[in-house]
Design a protein around this ligand. Structure first.
Ligand SMILES: Cc1cc2nc3c(=O)[nH]c(=O)nc-3n(C[C@H](O)[C@H](O)[C@H](O)COP(=O)(O)O)c2cc1C
Length: 265
């Protein structure tokens, strides 16, 4: 067969394609466990960051095990689920918020008019954490998620033990545009959440992310966060996810139980 023949050209081209596709798919399969491990680690770092426990070089798994207390709560009742009811899916080490939300038993559909965060489904049971410092619970870490412009944004909100102030906000997974909505992961913007007031004296949600800049001298600066410039839709998404998760549709019943327990003594 001549080197210039069409048949040979096609055979060589197909051979190259076959070899390349085998190489690419082998690499994809071989690297998957490592990618999953890195993703899990990144999420753990995010949780430590929001809890104020992360420093470069720390043994993430050790700090995680020693300073975080994982709880599964039932959103509807606000009750803490006993460990013997976890089953396989709710084990804190394996808990996957996307899988739990999708699951027929452990997740549920959100009626359209209640779906402020535009997430369609939510877990019935959430994995939340307490930060422990000096043997005491000092912060509560809550997973939150909601739709931005292009994507669902997943993150964590940390509150103080009185449920009064923000102790941290992080985002570990989103698909917003870098430099625009992607600024949700900007540490400077996230730092601006620190200390903001979440609820008023009647436990009504007042924390909000506004369009534009907050007047730092005004009385509302205590509970308002600057919107991301040129990214009104992502900003609105973050504000909506707060409105969903921090009210009755999200952690409201859990907050009520915490407040009742603290007023009981
Ligand atoms: C390529 C491209 C990417 C964009 N990405 C985002 C984004 O991630 N988040 C967002 O809110 N707006 C994004 N926008 C802008 C929106 O389309 C919309 O104009 C903007 O949210 C309005 O915000 P403004 O009122 O602050 O200008 C993007 C626009 C373009 C052209």
């Amino acid at each position: 067969m001549s080197n210039d023949s069409i048949k040979k050209t096609v055979i060589v081209a197909l051979g190259v394609c076959l070899v390349c596709s085998i190489l690419v798919s082998t690499a994809a399969v071989a690297l998957k466990p490592r990618q999953e491990k890195n993703k899990k680690l990144e999420k753990m770092v995010n949780i430590l960051e929001v809890g104020g426990l992360y420093e470069k070089g720390v043994d993430v798994e050790k700090v995680f095990a020693e300073q975080l207390e994982a709880l599964i709560i039932e959103l509807k009742s606000g009750d803490v689920l006993p460990k013997d009811k976890y089953g396989d899916m709710l084990q804190p080490g394996k808990y996957d918020i996307k899988k739990v939300a999708k699951d027929a038993k452990y997740g549920e559909a959100i009626p359209g008019k209640e779906d402020k965060a535009k997430i369609k489904r939510k877990p019935k049971y959430m994995l939340v954490y307490y930060v422990k410092e000096g043997g005491k619970r000092t912060k509560l870490i809550l997973p939150v998620y909601g739709k931005g412009l292009w994507s669902t944004m997943y993150g964590f909100l940390a509150l103080d033990m009185d449920l009064k102030r923000v102790k941290g906000y992080t985002v570990y997974d989103h698909g917003e545009t870098p430099g625009l909505g992607g600024e949700v992961e900007n540490p400077k913007w996230q730092a601006s959440w620190q200390g903001k007031i979440v609820f008023d004296d009647n436990d009504k949600l007042i924390l909000e992310v506004i369009k534009g800049k907050v007047d730092p001298t005004g009385p509302k600066a205590k509970y308002r966060i600057d919107g991301l410039s040129g990214s009104t839709l992502t900003t609105r998404g973050v504000d909506n996810l707060l409105k969903f998760w921090l009210r009755e549709s999200g952690y409201g019943p859990f907050f009520k139980k915490i407040r009742e327990a603290s007023s009981d003594g």
